[in-house]
Write a protein that binds this ligand. Structure first.
Ligand code: SF4
Length: 364
């Protein structure tokens, strides 16, 4: 059996628990003007693609039994990954770390065709939990490469999703990491050019990148439909509404979650006086509350609601017990579970389906 190197899941908690200051001590440091309240963003948390991917691992564990190997973190959230690890999932960086014949699940971020081929060659059984909205971008890349377009893929080099999309048509694709790169990138034929993007970018920054690209290449084509997904756009729209009123915005989400990191940036751009990202309520620093009347709270698309509830409960301890939800959109998107799993579930009489937004309920 080959040695298995797992994707490290270290929980960044302080090694020595520090003494929290009391609410009275925090208030005495910098008095708060006006009533204390929380503005809770909606939508927040789990999107349909994340929910589907997490259920895929849960169902694979239930019906095939552990170990179930997962290439990369199934979704970018420490809590989700460590919870699945406890139940028997083994997270690996590459499929060649899984023993021959093992069951391997591809994460929600998608994989390049080379990864699929390598898994086939090693006789692995696979379940593809790539979000259908990422698959849509892959298909666009294949289609435009076939028509000999050059693809400018706006996204962060090194991110798993970008690696997967790039891998569909490496000969035809260049990655554009930032608006600044749009000013210098060289293309083969400015009249046969299309831009695509990672699904979890800042909407505003991406539009700025496109604007700069189009200044240089006026015939640049748009993607057939938005690549930045509904969940990313909706979570950013909600925090844009809250940020101008917020002295502090807390974003629940992991450091490698593009979606969550963008929410901190958007909150600051739209007027929040301060914004911090935390994986867990234990990482909230009480000094952030000094002089703060209004706290905005949101969470990235890979974050289960239980983690937001923990933050709200901590906030209540510091006097922020009044929670007003700011709803900017309703989400009712559902994705069916990966086809490889559906057949097994049908055989076993399990009628589970992929759900959208399960994390927005406090049950998990
Ligand atoms: S953030 Fe968007 S693209 Fe990513 S898994 Fe969720 S729905 Fe899919």
């Amino acid at each position: 059996m080959p040695t298995t190197s797992t994707v490290p899941v270290s929980l960044p908690l302080p090694s020595v628990p520090r003494r929290r200051r009391s609410r009275e001590e925090v208030e005495a440091a910098v008095p708060v003007e006006g009533p204390k309240r929380v503005l809770l963003a909606a939508p927040r948390g789990y999107c349909a693609g994340v929910d589907r991917a997490v259920i895929a691992v849960e169902k694979a564990l239930e019906h095939y039994g552990p170990p179930v190997y997962v290439r990369k973190q199934i979704v970018h959230n420490l809590h989700v990954v460590s919870t699945l690890e406890e139940r028997g999932a083994i997270f690996v960086d590459e499929t060649d770390e899984a023993p021959e014949g093992a069951l391997v699940i591809f994460s929600a971020h998608g994989v390049s065709p080379a990864v699929v081929r390598s898994a086939e060659q090693r006789g692995l059984r696979t379940i593809d939990a790539t979000c259908p909205l990422v698959t849509k971008v892959h298909r666009e890349a294949v289609r435009f490469a076939k028509d000999d377009y050059e693809i400018l893929l706006i996204g962060h080099e090194g991110h798993e999703e970008v690696e997967g999309t790039y891998g569909e048509a490496p000969e035809h694709t260049q990655i554009v990491n930032s608006p600044e790169e749009a000013d210098t990138i060289q293309v083969r034929d400015p009249d046969k050019l299309i831009w695509l993007s990672q699904t979890t970018l800042s909407v505003d920054e991406t539009m700025e990148t496109v604007r700069r690209l189009r200044e240089r290449f006026p015939n640049l084509q748009d993607p057939p439909s938005d690549d930045i997904c509904y969940a990313t756009s909706n979570r950013q729209a909600a925090i844009k509404k809250i940020a101008p009123q917020a002295d502090l915005v807390i974003v629940v989400g992991s450091a490698n979650s593009s979606n969550s990191v963008r929410l901190v940036e958007v909150a600051l751009e739209y007027g929040a006086k301060a914004s911090h990202r935390v994986d867990f309520a234990s990482q909230v620093d009480e000094s952030w509350f000094e002089g703060v009347a209004t706290v905005g709270v949101t969470s990235g698309a890979s974050v289960p609601e239980v983690l937001v509830r923990d933050v709200l409960s901590l906030l209540a301890d510091y006097g922020y017990g009044q929670v007003d939800e700011v709803v900017t959109a309703e989400e009712d998107i559902l994705f069916s579970l990966p086809k490889e799993l559906r057949a097994t579930l049908k055989e076993k009489g399990d009628s589970s389906r992929g759900l959208g937004g399960r994390g927005a309920r406090p049950a998990r």
